[in-house]
Write a protein that binds this ligand. Structure first.
Ligand code: AMP
Length: 418
């Protein structure tokens, strides 16, 4: 399904085997599915048992970097930390190493691996089984997502080599936005470029699918309205949801567009790119490095792309970087309220949106004219409804669960959830 999520769909997965995809034999108790989410700053994973239309988490974890190097943190289904171990795997085999680690921990094999792939381009609007032609066509999209695409696909290739019989499924961050009206995605360029696939696609779709599904369960009347979901993490974007469907979003042809992010610049006058090339002498590789890795919060603060670090700093440049982040987020919420022709709800999610009452408060304060109000105590608690009863716009925080969405598409495509 493209661009839409219903609450019951979130809980109950329809059996939907796909012709042409090898269906693993279905046992009474299937081995679980491993969902891999290779992001710009961390690798997250989740292991889920799929049975009779339900997904049950078994194990979760993430590989993250700190000052002392990389470490793997694993958690049980309830989020309790099980282990923290130094993680020294690297190169193309990192994914195989992680699979081996997971299977050792489970004391058994996984049935399949599902991957998050950032860019599906014009051809992939739903989950697909990994195959050589599919991988080649996705690798061709790498210039449109240089920080993510190759990284994610390298793991798929490494696993195909190490475990050729293991079913692998690719799920796409662009897919949830596939139902936009053409006018929302068209760029003001000669049509030749659109014919070549250059248009706005939008990203963080697995996260928005998770948020829309949870919202439909939590608050069906809000979910049926005009809602902006704010995925504020290292990568940041907004999605305009009408009746659970994405109708517009702030990221475009690439995950560089829209909000100011940890190290990415967000929307930029295209003339600036020309200037950087002509007067700054930057070539394509230099531009990728500047715009994806050295801009955003990091570039403006000169200190860090990590919001926690900036909020704890008393440097004026750190404060200015935070102010810019909030200003742009609030401005773009208002722009998407324009696309929605009104605003009934605002949902915060991802690392900053879920954990920072201060960023939520500063963003909402700039949106008071739209009817956005916070209950300060509810905002500090960060659970349930964050706006006062009766406020024109309902504000919520919802923890995103991209791994569950990846596992759901994977088990459904392979018919593992019967
Ligand atoms: P994500 O990419 O979703 O993992 O989010 C990472 C971002 O969330 C980083 O900028 C973190 O600094 C930020 N973050 C995590 N926890 C907090 C917190 N308690 N307050 C502010 N920012 C946070």
């Amino acid at each position: 399904m493209v661009g839409s999520v219903r609450g019951e769909d979130w809980l109950r997965q329809d059996v939907n085997s796909t012709p042409g995809v090898r269906q693993p034999e279905v046992n009474a108790r299937m081995p679980p599915v491993l969902a891999l989410n290779v992001g710009s700053s961390t690798v997250k994973f989740g292991v889920f048992e799929a049975a009779r239309g339900h997904l049950a988490p078994v194990l979760r974890g993430r590989i993250e970097s700190n000052g002392a190097g990389r470490r793997l943190v694993s958690q049980d289904a309830a989020g309790g930390v099980l282990s923290e171990t130094p993680w020294v795997a690297g190169g193309d085999d990192a994914t195989s190493d992680l699979l081996r680690w997971v299977e050792a921990r489970l004391a058994g094999p996984v049935a399949a691996v599902g991957h998050r792939v950032v860019h599906g381009g014009p051809d992939f609007s739903q989950a697909v089984a990994a195959s050589e032609p599919v991988l080649e066509s996705l690798e061709a999209l790498a210039p449109l997502a240089p920080l993510h695409q190759q990284q994610g696909l390298a793991g798929v290739r490494a696993l195909r080599k190490a475990c050729p019989d293991l079913p692998q499924v690719l799920t796409f961050d662009t897919a949830f936005h596939g139902g936009h009206e053409p006018v929302a995605d068209r760029l003001g360029l000669p049509r030749l470029w659109e014919a070549r696939g250059l248009r706005r696609y939008g990203f963080h779709g697995l996260s928005y699918e998770s948020v829309a599904g949870q919202l439909a369960m939590l608050d069906p009347s809000m979910a049926e309205g005009r809602v902006v979901a704010a995925h504020l993490g290292s990568g940041a974007s907004l999605c305009a949801l009408r009746n659970g469907r994405s109708i517009d979003t702030t990221m475009g042809a690439t995950p560089l567009d829209g909000l100011v992010m940890g190290t990415r610049c967000g929307s930029l006058d295209p003339g600036v790119v020309l200037y950087l090339q002509q007067a700054g002498g930057l070539d394509a590789a230099g531009l990728v490095d500047l715009l994806y890795r050295r801009s955003g919060l990091l570039g403006v603060s000169g200190l860090s792309g990590d919001m926690r670090v900036l909020l704890e700093s008393d440097s004026p440049a750190a404060r200015e970087a935070v102010d810019l982040f909030v200003y742009r987020a609030a401005r773009e919420v208002a722009a998407l309220a324009g696309s929605l022709e009104g605003l009934d709800g605002l949902v915060f999610t991802a690392g900053i949106g879920e954990n920072s009452p201060r960023i939520r408060a500063e963003t909402c304060a700039r949106l008071a004219w739209l009817g956005v109000e916070l209950d300060p105590a509810a905002n500090r608690r960060g659970s349930g409804r964050l706006s006062p009863v009766g406020a024109p716009v309902t504000v919520r925080m919802i923890r995103t669960d991209e791994e569950r969405v990846i596992a759901r598409h994977t088990s459904r495509l392979l018919g593992l959830d019967r």
